[in-house]
Ligand binder design. Sequence first.
Ligand code: BEZ
Length: 271
Amino acid sequence: MASRNRSSTSDYSASNYNQTAAFVYSAEYTASILSFLKPSVGERIADFGCGPGELTLRIQEAVGMSGFTIGIDYNNDMISRALANGVRHAYMSDLQNIQIPADMLENSFDAVFSNAVLHWCKQNPRGVLDGAKRLLKVGGRFVCEMGGFMNCIGVRIGLHRAVKRRGYEPDKMDPWYFPTIEEYQGLLESAGFSVNTISLVPRLTPLLDGGLRGWLQLFARRTFLKGFSDQEAAAIIDEVVDMCEVDMKDKEGNWALMYVRLRFLATLDSP
Ligand code: BEZ
C-alpha cells in the first residue's frame, strides 16, 4: 500500500466536484433543506462546508446587504472558488475544530447551515456541534442535511469487501459517518440543542456523468482509498463497479445510487 497523503486532494477539486456532483446543489435536491433554513433579510448565517459556494450565494442573496453570510470549508480550493464565485466572506477551517477569526463575533449568528458535508466529520462529530454552538445566538438555528444511516448502501459494502480481501481493516479507512436519527438526536441534545425536526429521507440519485466509476473516483479515491497506489485503487474501483452493477445500473446503462439524507432543524438552548 502506498503512503497516505493528506494534501493530495486533486480528484476532489472544485472543478471535478462541479462536473460529477453538480446535483448536490441542484434546486430539486436543495429545496427541502433551504425551506428548513428560511433565510431572511438581515440575518447572520454561517455555511459549514460551503464548497464552491453555490448555496452560500443563495443564502447571501436572501439575507441581503444588511445581513452577513460566511462560508467555511476544509478545502482551500473550494474557498478560492467560493470567493471567485462571489461569496463575500469565506475562510478555511477544519469543521470539527473550528478556528473562529478574531474579528468574528461569537454567539452572534442566527443560523448555521450545512448541506452534504457533515458525513465527512467522522473523527469528531461533537466538535462540529461545539463550533456551531460558539457561533450561534441562544435560539439560533442549526439546519443540516447530511448522509444518514444506510446512505450509499451497496457501494460502501463493496469498498469494505474489496479492501478487506486485500488484508486491510476497512473501518479504519472508511471516512464516512452516517448516523441514525437516534444517534444524531442524542448528540445534538447532549451538546445543548433542542431538536425541532429530524428525519431520514431515502433519495434515489442518478449518477449522470461517469456513472459509479466517476463517483468513486471523486468521492473515494482520495478519501477511503487514499492509502493505495493508483494501480491498486483502480483495481478496487473496478471490483466495486462490477459488484454494484446488478443493483445500480439499469438496462439502458444508467447508474443510480441510493442516498439517504439525514435532515434536521435544531435550536440552541440557553446555557
Ligand atoms: C453524500 O452526500 O451523502 C455523500 C457524498 C460523498 C460520499 C459519501 C456520501
